[in-house]
Ligand binder design. Structure first.
Ligand SMILES: [Zn+2]
Length: 63
């Protein structure tokens, strides 16, 4: 028998699963490495997946 698999979620439609990118800023440090920053997909926050909403979230008014 095969192991049951749990879907990790749907692939993010904004980034197609490529949720992070290293962007070079130009120049190198004294070790010869490129200066980079990491940018995450704003939709999935770097996870590459979207979680299906199972239940609607209701807001409650506090008195
Ligand atoms: Zn994304």
């Amino acid at each position: 028998m095969t192991q049951p698999t749990h879907p990790a979620g749907r692939i993010c439609p904004s980034c197609d699963g490529f949720a992070s990118a290293a962007i070079t800023l130009g120049g190198r440090n004294r070790h010869g490495h490129l200066h980079t920053i990491t940018a995450h997909c704003p939709t999935c926050h770097g996870t590459g997946t979207t979680r299906p909403t199972t239940a609607p979230v209701r807001e409650r008014a506090r008195v």
